[in-house]
Design a protein around this ligand. Sequence first.
Ligand SMILES: [Zn+2]
Length: 59
Amino acid sequence: MMPQVCARCQRTTSQPVVVAIEYGASVGGGTVFACPDCAPTYPKQRDPFDPVSPPGQHS
Ligand SMILES: [Zn+2]
């Protein structure tokens, strides 16, 4: 998996955890990542999308 910036501490993590899927955003995707340290503290959201399988993985 590609390194991602943690949405909480703004640090790059090589083990990003998907904590939320935002949809309706005009730019970029809507996947919110957090580092393993921050993930447990991130407020969980209920979304129609399964957080385990980010959109765009299938073609
Ligand atoms: Zn973090």
